[in-house]
Every structure is written in structure tokens, then in C-alpha cells.
Write a protein that binds this ligand. Structure first.
Ligand code: C2E
Ligand code: CA
Ligand code: CA
Ligand code: CA
Length: 274
């Protein structure tokens, strides 16, 4: 905070200056990250619990900066959203994910589907449907191989969200609601959406055995998915007990460290695509 020193000069608390400068620097680095080829994708398996079969992968962006090292997405994705850089970054992620799928296909490897995260801000320009259509055409990926992950806040806070989501659905891609249960979506609204999958947020899975509320929420989401004819996948599954719990309650799809961390394409190939 600003304060007036005894000598009358203004000074800034070092920590504030530090943070502000750091953010500006990060922002400048981020803006150049794509042209400098510093971004890459990791892929995290999505698994059918009872068979262990690979049902898909989620693409997760990674930033390797020469000075800063690996910057976690929790730090740079929100910044990219604040600065608007997310539309460029999001397009790059989408294109790269689709390209990787085609590479796997061309190598005779079957990855049933790829899930890509879309930020709310990618919907603001009103061009998201055209962007996805262009990238599918350009890469040649079959639309049904692509799943787009959106959050409840997109659905509730974006005017025209339904029109955009209908447009994406018409392209033949599928849609998942990410972090389900953490936002507040009206169920009536959800019913109108051409959505195929609910992803139970990791926060409910984490303490499923210690917290009766989390347990109740997870079960309720599974039931909701069933009654609305939606697939339900649990994220953040780290233990055998969690997986067993989910299976017992009728959820047969999971993603989490118990199965695999997000990995490079080579690793995915070695361990999941024999
Ligand atoms: P998310 O979409 O909910 O992605 C799942 C996050 O949980 C990933 O973190 C993943 O590495 C982590 N995770 C998966 N399994 C486990 C587990 O068993 N235990 C724990 N503790 N964590 C697990 P990551 O890769 O750091 O990404 C964080 C968030 O950043 C993502 O959350 C997503 O909101 C955002 N993000 C990542 N990549 C993209 C992207 O390409 N575009 C957009 N718009 N956002 C992205
Ligand atoms: Ca996600
Ligand atoms: Ca999540
Ligand atoms: Ca998220």
C-alpha cells in the first residue's frame, strides 16, 4: 500500500511492488510464450473403472519458461483470462490437441476421445463455434472425438451461452461440465443444454471417505447424471478406495493420479496404447 514516509516521499511496501512487477513481467512473458514455442500439452488418461480401459484423455496446457521454469496453469491461466491472451492460447491448445489426436490415429493408436478445456472468455467474442469448426476442418479430426469442457459459470453468466453450446453441439463435438457441483447451475437450465458429461469436481472426491457431505454430494451427482442420461466422470481419483466407492455407487469413469498423472504423448503411448 502507499504510505507517506517521514521525509515526505511516497514509498511502496516492497511486497506489493514485488507482486505488481512480477505480474507485469509474467504478463509480458506470457504474451510471447506462443511465438517462443514455450507451451506444450500434457495428456491425462480417463479410465473405465471396472475394466481399466482407456476411454479418453484430457489435454492440459503446460508452460515452460527458460527463466521461470515450469509455471503452473493455476498461475498463468487466470492471468491469460484477465489479459485476454486466453483466446490465442485457447486456440493454440485446441489445434495442438486435435493435431495430436490425428497423429495417434495415423500411427494406428486408438484414443477414443480428447477433452479440451474452454475458458468462459473464449465465448465472449461470439466466434467460438467458427473457431472450433475451422480447427476440426484444418486438422481433419472427426468431431465426435472431441469433447469440450466448460464450467457452470459459462452456462449461467454468459449471454447466448445456449446458442453457442447448441452451435458446438451441431458440429458433432460433445460437451462436458467441468468442476460440476462447485458452481451453481440451475437444473432447469442444465436440462436444456446439449451436454453429455458431468465431471464431479476433485474437491468432492478428495475426502469422500472422511466427509459425509462430500460423499452425499458425489452420490447425488451420480444419481442426477443417471436420471438425465448423462455420463458422469470423477476427477482427482487418487486411491483404490475412491475408485471402489465410485463404482459401487454407479460411476464407472474416472481420472486422477491413481491411474496416471498428466503425461507427455510418448509416455501415454508407452503405457496406454500398446
Ligand atoms: P481442471 O480442468 O479441473 O483440470 C484438472 C486438474 O487437476 C489438472 O491440473 C490435473 O493435473 C489435476 N489433477 C488430475 N488428477 C489429479 C489428482 O488425482 N489429484 C490432484 N491433486 N490433482 C489432479 P492442472 O493441469 O494444473 O490444471 C489446473 C487447471 O488449469 C485446470 O483444472 C483448468 O481449469 C486449467 N487449465 C489447464 N489447462 C487448460 C487449458 O488448456 N485451457 C484452459 N482454459 N484451462 C486450462
Ligand atoms: Ca478440465
Ligand atoms: Ca476440476
Ligand atoms: Ca477447472
Amino acid at each position: 500500500a502507499k504510505a507517506r514516509g517521514r521525509n515526505g516521499y511516497r514509498f511502496y511496501a516492497p511486497s506489493m511492488t514485488g507482486e505488481g512487477v512480477q505480474r507485469l513481467r509474467l504478463e509480458a512473458y506470457l504474451r510471447r510464450s506462443l511465438e517462443k514455442d514455450e507451451m506444450f500439452l500434457n495428456y491425462q488418461p480417463q479410465v473405465e473403472i471396472d475394466t481399466g480401459r482407456l476411454i479418453g484423455v484430457e489435454a492440459l496446457v503446460r508452460w515452460n519458461h527458460p527463466e521461470l521454469g515450469l509455471v503452473p496453469p493455476g498461475r498463468f491461466v487466470p492471468l491469460a483470462e484477465d489479459t485476454g491472451f486466453i483466446s490465442q492460447l485457447g486456440q493454440w491448445v485446441l489445434r495442438e490437441a486435435c493435431r495430436q489426436m490425428v497423429r495417434w490415429q495415423e500411427a494406428g493408436l486408438v484414443v477414443p476421445k480428447i477433452a479440451v478445456n474452454l475458458s468462459v472468455r473464449q465465448f465472449e467474442r461470439g466466434t467460438i463455434v467458427a473457431t472450433v469448426a475451422d480447427i476440426l476442418r484444418e486438422t481433419g479430426l472427426e468431431p465426435h472425438r472431441l469433447q469440450l469442457e466448460v464450467t457452470e459459470s459459462l452456462i449461467m453468466n454468459t449471454g447466448d451461452a445456449l446458442a453457442h453450446i447448441n452451435g458446438l453441439h451441431a458440429l458433432g463435438v460433445s460437451l462436458a461440465i467441468d468442476d460440476f457441483g462447485t458452481g451453481y447451475s440451475s437444473l432447469a437450465y442444465l436440462k436444456q443444454m446439449p451436454v453429455q458429461t458431468l465431471k464431479i469436481d476433485r474437491s468432492f472426491i478428495q475426502d469422500i471417505h472422511e466427509d459425509v457431505n462430500d460423499e452425499a454430494i458425489a452420490i447425488a451427482i451420480i444419481q442426477l447424471g443417471k436420471s438425465m442420461n448423462l455420463a458422469v466422470i470423477a476427477e482427482g481419483v487418487e486411491t483404490d478406495e475412491q475408485a471402489t466407492f465410485l463404482l459401487r455407487h454407479g460411476c464407472n469413469q474416472a481420472q486422477g493420479y491413481f491411474y496416471s498423472r498428466p503425461v507427455m504423448p510418448d509416455d501415454l503411448q508407452r503405457r496406454w496404447l500398446p
